[in-house]
Design a protein around this ligand. Structure first.
Ligand SMILES: [Mn+2]
Length: 399
């Protein structure tokens, strides 16, 4: 069984999959019989073992798909590139890197973000070209309706784009997904999904490599990709950081990414009020030693008191995990505007916060980093959280 699992996982890794045979213009979306039957067999055989993809391809098919994408991109197209709602460094880094890459070939490409993102990402090259769906509805809809291709980056299901979901669902554009989150939905013609990847930015690097274009990566693209890999790996310390990640990052530095400056731009731009808010969050930190769990709360009143701006609480949850012996950390942030409690979860080792969030907080993500939400009050949400922990006693007492 073990060898079967390993070979299947190898098969899954680094594959570009497609559900349809699509040709140059993406108009003829006829099912390929061979592909379908292979898909059925593989889905049936793999189901019990597969965590990564429902659809897989053989390596020859990967090549065929790369060639299809290559020919698709060989003439200038109208292209829209979409990150998830509340975009982070990886989402903005990957979409902007792809934007710059596609522009080299004369494509009419635009990044449309579902909503605004924090200031610490606004220095990214190409930032001024980003359209915000929420605040520029008509122009965004116009671009999406004329788009021939839509790339969706760093998310696994269309509803992760919030208000943009319907427009994306209704769009006739050929969709290409590049993402590292678990359990990708089936909406794209081409799905490049790999949950072992550190970041979508590392995958965009691979994607450009598949297209034989590493020499097209200039300092601008390198800067965007470096930013996303750095932020999604917690500055190269999360377990998803591999030898390959460091090789990619090394190459990006040699192509002109200024690593020290990028780190400074992202992490050393705190406002005084953000540090004060961090101080409050640390005072609110609670530890439950029995379950090796730590959690933080921030109420709307506390956010207001410290002049909260989007992105200010980014990374706060990780402080819980920095406690000795703690392997599960959570932060609960009240949002009066959305009428919810935003939940952010982190873990070390094998305890899956993705599963935990899917089961209890309407969310998901990665095994060691996930998000979620609660419609209850802050107090009720905390009560619920604490009451659930005993169910996970065995997993949480792992050493
Ligand atoms: Mn990511």
């Amino acid at each position: 069984m073990r060898s079967l699992k390993i070979s299947i996982e190898n098969l899954h890794r680094n594959v570009i999959t497609s559900r349809y045979n699509s040709f140059n213009e993406g108009i003829t979306r006829t099912y390929g019989l061979i592909e379908i039957s292979l898909k059925c067999i593989l889905n049936f055989v793999l189901k019990p073992y597969s965590k990564i993809l429902k659809i897989v391809s053989s390596s020859t098919m990967i090549k065929a798909q790369i060639n299809e994408i290559k020919s698709l991109l060989s003439t200038p197209k109208s292209i829209v590139i979409v990150p998830h709602k509340n975009p982070d460094g990886d989402a903005m880094g990957s979409t902007l890197a792809l934007y710059h890459y596609l522009r080299i070939y004369g494509h009419d490409a635009t990044v449309i973000a579902p909503n605004d993102y924090p200031d610490f990402l606004k220095w990214l090259p190409g930032n001024d070209s980003v359209m915000i769906f929420e605040s520029d509805l008509d122009a965004s809809e116009a671009l999406m309706s004329k788009a021939e291709i839509i790339f969706t980056l760093d998310f696994n299901a269309l509803h992760r784009t919030g208000e943009m979901t319907e427009s994306l669902e209704n769009s006739d554009a050929l969709k290409i997904m590049i993402d590292h989150h678990q359990q990708p939905d089936d909406y794209a013609i081409y799905t490049y999904s790999d949950v072992s990847m550190s970041s979508t930015c590392e995958m965009v690097y691979n994607f450009i490599e598949y297209l034989n274009d590493l020499d097209k990566i200039d300092s601008t693209i390198a800067t965007c990709l470096y930013t996303g890999i750095m932020t999604d790996t917690g500055s190269f310390r999360f377990p998803s950081t591999t030898t390959r990640t460091h090789q990619v990052v090394g190459d990006l530095i040699s192509k002109g990414a200024e690593n020290a400056a990028i780190h400074n731009n992202v992490f050393d731009t705190n406002s005084y009020s953000r540090l004060q808010l961090l101080g409050r969050a640390m005072q609110n930190l609670k530890v439950i030693p029995e379950f090796r769990t730590a959690y933080i709360t921030l109420s709307q009143a506390e956010l207001d008191q410290f002049n909260f701006k989007k992105g200010d609480t980014e990374g706060f949850v990780n402080y819980g995990l920095s406690l000795k012996d703690v392997i599960f950390a959570a932060i609960f942030i009240e949002s009066e505007q959305e009428g919810i409690i935003k939940v952010s979860l982190r873990s070390k080792g094998t305890f899956s916060v993705n599963k935990f969030s899917r089961a209890h907080f309407n969310g998901g993500g990665h095994d060691n980093a996930a998000g979620g939400r609660s419609e209850d009050s802050l107090e009720a949400t905390i009560d619920k959280f604490i009451s659930i922990l005993p169910k996970y006693k065995d997993e949480l007492s792992q050493k």
